[in-house]
Write a new protein. Structure first.
Length: 174
């Protein structure tokens, strides 16, 4: 190996260091080589990118200092099992050893998240059921009426969503 090649290799390793100001060698955990990255390393990297989003910053969700170093994350969590993702037990809690686990992605949870996101839109119509504000879709589910029927009544009879919902709620006897 000539001197120029060694300088290029050293510069490449310098880019890979998480903290170049520290004179520590580049990590040798074998999970983030340029050719292939392990699923565990990808989960760690995704977690770090995720907390930079505004949604997480607003909720003040952070990563424990210990997990700033991948090797510590790997030691605490172990290898990521196949078909699992990193999840928090308490979704309002930080990313830390006592609050994280490898979870199976649940289609129902994904659907529930999408519904929750859809219910936060400005255009979402809400009605009152038993003193609680709910989206018309959720209120219809609770009393067993098709959401389509409430929307049809609004369009055909020029009623508000609340009036149409109250009509079907009274008809169902609830």
């Amino acid at each position: 190996m000539n001197i120029d090649h060694a300088k290029i290799m050293l510069a490449h390793l310098e880019k890979q260091r998480p903290y170049p100001e520290c004179n520590l060698p580049a990590p040798r955990h074998g999970h983030s080589s340029h050719a292939a990255r392990s699923p565990t390393w990808m989960s760690w990297r995704s977690m770090r990118k995720r907390i930079q989003r505004d949604h997480y910053r607003n909720k003040e969700i952070e990563i424990c200092e210990r997990w700033d170093i991948y090797e510590n994350f790997l030691a605490d969590m172990g290898e990521r099992p196949p078909d699992k993702t990193l999840g928090r037990i308490d979704n309002d809690g930080d990313y830390e050893p006592g609050n994280c686990r490898w979870e199976t992605p649940n289609k129902k949870a994904v659907r529930r998240t999408r519904k929750k996101q859809a219910s936060n839109r400005r255009s979402t119509v809400k009605v009152v059921l038993y003193g609680e504000w709910l989206t018309t879709a959720e209120a219809c589910r609770r009393i067993g009426v098709k959401h389509k029927r409430v929307c049809e009544r609004v369009r055909w009879y020029s009623e508000t969503h609340q009036q149409a919902f109250d009509y079907y709620a009274a008809k169902k006897g609830r």
